[in-house]
Design a binder for this molecule. Structure first.
Ligand SMILES: [Zn+2]
Length: 80
């Protein structure tokens, strides 16, 4: 097992979710997420956030709505 550790997983999480990390790194992070509940929650929140914001941008949602979504997701994140 070559768990990359929480620090690296968190650092690369954003890139990982945007599929910007190379394949080797990406599988390291995927493996870490399998084994680490905290990082998995973090990844889930980040992924949801990315999707929601992407959708909001596409539909040109007002800034206000985007802020509400962000606030909600931060609240979810804060409970972990
Ligand atoms: Zn972790």
């Amino acid at each position: 097992m070559t768990d990359c550790g929480c620090e690296k997983a968190r650092r690369d999480l954003e890139e990982y979710l945007r599929h910007e990390v190379c394949k080797t790194q990406s599988s390291d992070i995927a493996e870490h997420l399998e084994n680490c509940t905290n990082c998995r929650d973090e990844a889930l929140v980040s992924r949801t956030l990315t999707e929601v914001v992407a959708r909001a941008c596409k539909e040109s949602a007002p800034e206000e709505l985007r802020d509400q979504v962000l606030a909600k997701l931060r609240a979810v994140q804060a409970t972990h």
